[in-house]
Design a protein around this ligand. Structure first.
Ligand code: DUC
Ligand code: ZN
Length: 462
């Protein structure tokens, strides 16, 4: 099967030009200013951007949070991804206390089997560190899971500094990457207790329980441990400008320090917690100030941060309402996979904060490089998987729950006018979305074992 995408504006991390893209079966086979070939199907992309499919490296499908399960599973999460032009996601297999560590990975792959429309990878979430687990690091890496998530907060999930140190040493020795949720747990507990004593648990107080220094201190600490172990680190959902600056400054000293931020920290601010339905916007870390979000955009454009991913962890309005009047009870997390590309294009490219190439870097190419998917994914080069999105840069839509396709009935971006939406989503040569029609098949998505490349000596640069 041959498909030719003609007359589009091809945008890759390095180039933007008018041209054609040829797909043969599951792979990209040609990219040039003009391709003439006998093909089975021609897609006219005049006036549209042709980009590598989005890669969301931070999703939580069916994550247990505060006694609830996040509302999107692999099926609805990946469906929503397709509508948003995301063709690969990386979710988590979290270690289960008392069970053999590898079982969590097998179980999670099994859970996703036959349930995803697009390809996916998994990070391994460490919740119960031991010497045995440490010895298994090479086994996880050889199974295509080279990224290990450590939480510096959350009862039952969190790792102490010794575990962080040991894991940083292990990935340095065996290859791979530590990814970290950086917040100082003791400070969160202390500040929350103080607010509780003062009867201040309603939603507007959430940011006061996790102020910026809670994140900044944790990032500072783990960067220092990364530096002394000469290891490598990726910090998820950086929400503060200072956090991004610390990563940039560590990088300046030669530390292999990388990071992501999320659309919510780029587009929303803490003022939202004064709205009547403020509980719908609760996430950890909480939303910050406009100064932070502008600094995060700068951080992306200057290379302090490399990736925009979502931390998609959706709860229905009903689930969120259980913590309506108490931020300690509300399940934390926001939906976002479907709006990742439109929102980052609209707020980033359309507002002059990112060039089109930088945007593609942040939502596709850098995530692929960072997590061992490149050059299989994240690029439009011949030989790469034909994960391609035809994106309409002119289309405007006001975000309303009715236009979205996840299992939740609200969006944090409700009422925002967004310019730029995906029109066609192709995964390994198969058209999954076209003319507004969803054509996905639940068993199409495959688990992709990832091959980690050391960012100290890669065949690419970040
Ligand atoms: N933060 C959230 O808001 N939800 C899920 C996990 C996380 O770290
Ligand atoms: Zn997360």
């Amino acid at each position: 099967m041959k498909t030719l995408i003609k007359n589009g504006t091809i945008v890759t991390s390095s180039d933007t030009f008018m041209g054609d893209l040829l797909i043969e079966n599951e792979k990209i086979s040609g990219i040039a200013s003009s391709i003439t070939q006998e093909v089975d199907d021609i897609i006219d992309a005049s006036g549209k951007l042709v980009i590598p499919g989005g890669i969301d490296v931070h999703t939580h499908f069916q994550l247990p949070v505060k006694g609830m399960l996040s509302a999107d599973g692999f099926e609805s999460g990946s469906r929503s991804a397709v509508y948003g032009g995301v063709t690969t996601f990386i979710d988590f297999a979290h270690q289960v206390k008392g069970e053999p560590p590898m079982k969590a990975l097998d179980d999670r792959i099994e859970e996703a089997h036959g349930e995803t429309y697009i390809d996916f990878g998994l990070h391994y979430g460490i919740t119960d560190f031991s010497d045995d687990l440490l010895k298994m690091v090479p086994q996880f890496i050889s199974r295509g899971v080279p990224s290990f998530k450590l939480y510096m907060v959350y009862e039952g999930l969190m790792s102490n500094d010794a575990v962080i140190y040991a894991m940083l040493q292990a990935v340095r020795e065996f290859g791979g990457l530590v990814i970290v949720h950086a917040e100082n747990s003791h400070l969160v507990d202390f500040l929350t207790d103080k607010l509780r004593d003062a009867g201040k648990l309603d939603i507007p107080w959430l940011p006061r329980s996790r102020p910026d220094f809670v994140e900044i201190e944790a990032i500072r600490r783990i960067l220092y441990l990364t530096e002394v172990t000469k290891s490598r680190l990726y910090t998820v959902h950086v929400s503060t400008g200072e956090g991004a600056a610390l990563i940039a400054s560590a990088k300046g000293r030669g530390v292999l320090a990388f990071g992501e931020t999320c659309p919510q920290y780029l587009a929303l601010t803490e003022e939202i917690y004064n709205r009547p339905e403020s509980y719908l916007f609760t996430c950890n870390p909480p939303l910050r100030t406009r100064t932070d979000s502008e600094a995060l955009w700068k951080g992306l454009s200057m290379g302090a941060l490399q990736v925009i991913s979502t931390d998609h962890c959706s709860f229905t309005r009903e689930q969120k309402e259980t913590g309506k009047a108490d931020f300690t009870k509300v399940p934390n997390g926001l939906p976002g996979i479907e709006t990742l590309l439109p929102l980052s294009f609209s707020e980033g490219v359309m507002k002059g904060r990112l060039s089109p190439g930088q945007w593609v870097d942040c939502i596709s190419t850098n995530p692929a490089k960072m997590f061992g998917l490149y050059p299989l994914k994240g690029t439009l080069s011949p030989g790469a998987d034909a994960d391609v999105v035809v994106f309409d840069p002119e289309k405007k839509q006001v975000v309303q729950p009715e236009i979205l396709h996840s299992n939740v009935d609200y969006s944090p971006y409700i009422g925002m006018e967004i310019q730029g939406w995906p029109e066609i989503t192709i995964s390994r040569g198969r058209v999954l979305l076209k003319d507004g029609k969803f054509q996905g098949k639940k068993d199409w998505g495959k688990f992709i074992p990832r091959k980690y490349e050391d960012p100290a000596s890669p065949s690419w640069s970040l």
